[in-house]
Design a binder for this molecule. Structure first.
Ligand code: AHR
Length: 498
């Protein structure tokens, strides 16, 4: 049916700039993310690592995701992490019990190794303070170690450890999931806001140029109200963590609706906080600080959270990206959790890597959905069945009654090109869609697509290219008349303005 769906595109309807930082990543000392993913200090294969032990195949794959910044070292791990354990001569570094994921932390990779890796990768570092077992003194010492050029103790310790120049780390998180009973230091919103306010003021005395990220919940709790109210004058960003998943395909690709709703709610709360605190000049952008598809039952943290993703998950990841582009006005950052082995688009073993299904959709979004976000009008068949997110224990979406569009679309205007990013969520129905275009366009329309006839198709070490990116071209006339978006597919169209 040619009238099943329609997308209206108007290049003049710019919503907001898309911050490049929506394409950031996250690395945690969890499972095989750092040891066995980022570094392999026991590598037996010549050329697979460099002289610092960095895995070169992993590095290349991460590079091609074009992440401008990477968050480290956790995650829940950070709530019992003492950064001093991870600096100085390696033979003196203590092996510690690891409380978050119940292992052992050898501390062979720490602050200086992370900074060296960031430099090698050409990505900006983003660090998170330990607000569990950590103290303000320890946080101040870390900030001084990283950013101070003065003749003082921790700046000199960095020099002694071989790093003359400060690292100038701009982004710092004030704790990780401190609402969570997971590790240590669980707090009420009021207690957290009071502590973060004190820490934030003192940390900014030492380095007023830092950008502080407040610890939010999932964007759907009263926590967000209390913390935005109390921290608007100290913090520069507000974080949300969300993971989605459902074994049922349509629900798997639809529960990103919770993230979109959370962003909209928190944006309003920030606005309200500006009003009630007479802080009209303050900007507080939202950081989707950790996000991904994660079935906690399939891949729990104690077992290294090694998710093996299928095409359905790759489409869910693309739907996540569409949320970020549509909500670009509110978002200052989003961090794909995580980069390698642990709920990640890249899987590594000692002799090589393979790229998961999710890698391919995320790569397309990261390469092309930049610039400016465009408002769209989309007419689409709707999904109106049950909707739940089985990652957590919160039935977040039961009240979304208006349905979820089968076609999930976002648009970016980048350098006289319009990119239409389209997930067809339907498991069984191809959807023919008229594309109504305002403006003059070149004749050739480039297309990238991620598709497999089996929505459960995966990549693996044995079959690494089972799901990948296909490319072809349409004529402009064909596009206007109607593009067929295949069932359970991702499609990216490039329309070149004249
Ligand atoms: O990314 C894995 C874990 O998920 C992080 O450690 C924690 O912050 C979140 O719950």
């Amino acid at each position: 049916d040619p009238d099943a769906a329609v997308i209206h595109v108007d290049p003049a309807r710019v919503l907001a700039d898309i911050d490049d930082k929506i394409y950031c990543g996250f690395l945690e000392h969890l499972g095989r993310c750092i040891y066995g993913g980022i570094v392999d200090y026991d590598c037996k294969i010549p050329g697979l690592t460099n002289d610092k032990g960095f895995r070169l195949d992993v590095a290349d794959a991460i590079k091609d995701l074009r992440m401008p910044m990477i968050r480290y070292p956790g995650g829940n791990f950070v709530s019992a992490y003492h950064w001093m354990d991870g600096v100085g001569p390696k033979e003196n570094r203590p092996v510690r019990p690891e409380l978050a994921w119940r292992g052992r932390e050898p501390n062979l990779f720490g602050t200086d190794e992370f900074m060296e890796w960031c430099e090698f990768m050409n990505v900006e570092p983003y660090l998170c303070f330990n607000m569990g077992t950590g103290t303000l003194d320890e946080a101040l010492a870390w900030l001084e170690y990283c950013n101070s050029d003065d003749d003082t103790y921790y700046a000199n310790l960095r020099r002694k450890n071989g790093h003359d120049k400060p690292y100038n780390v701009k982004y710092w998180g004030l704790g990780n999931e401190v609402w969570n009973a997971w590790v240590v230091g669980q707090m009420t919103a009021e207690d957290y806001a009071k502590k973060a306010d004190e820490w934030g003021k003192v940390l900014k005395m030492l380095d007023p140029s830092i950008i502080l990220v407040a610890c939010g919940f999932d964007g759907l709790h009263t926590w967000e109200y209390t913390v935005t109210q109390k921290l608007i004058n100290v913090c520069d960003m507000y974080s949300i963590h969300q993971y989605t998943c459902n074994y049922d395909h349509i629900q798997n690709v639809s529960c990103t609706a919770a993230a979109e709703r959370a962003i909209q709610i928190v944006a309003k709360l920030i606005d309200l906080s500006r009003i009630t605190n007479q802080a009209s000049k303050r900007t507080m952008k939202i950081a989707m600080d950790e996000w991904n598809v994660w079935d906690y039952k399939r891949a729990n943290g104690e077992n290294g959270a090694e998710e093996h993703y299928d095409l359905s998950d790759a489409l869910a990841v693309a739907a996540w990206g569409n949320v970020f582009v549509r909500q670009a006005a509110h978002l200052g950052m989003a961090n794909l959790a995580q980069c390698v082995n642990v709920i990640a688009p890249i899987m590594a073993r000692p002799d090589g890597i393979f790229l998961q299904t999710t890698y391919h959709t995320w790569k397309l979004l990261s390469h092309y959905m930049r610039g400016k976000s465009l408002a769209l009008h989309v007419g689409s068949p709707m999904y109106e069945g049950p909707l739940d997110n089985t990652h957590g224990d919160i039935p977040w979406l039961q009240d979304i009654e208006s349905g979820i569009p089968m076609l999930d679309v976002s648009a970016a205007l980048n350098d006289k090109k319009i990119y239409l990013s389209v997930v067809n969520r339907s498991e069984t129905e191809a959807i023919k869609t008229r594309i109504n275009l305002l403006g003059e366009y070149e004749e050739k329309v480039h297309v990238w697509s991620v598709y497999h006839e089996d929505v459960r198709a995966k990549n693996s070490f044995e079959n690494p290219t089972n799901v990948g990116i296909e490319e072809w071209e349409y004529g402009l006339g064909e596009v206007k008349e109607g593009v067929v978006f295949r069932e359970h597919s991702y499609t990216l169209l490039e329309l070149r303005l004249k």
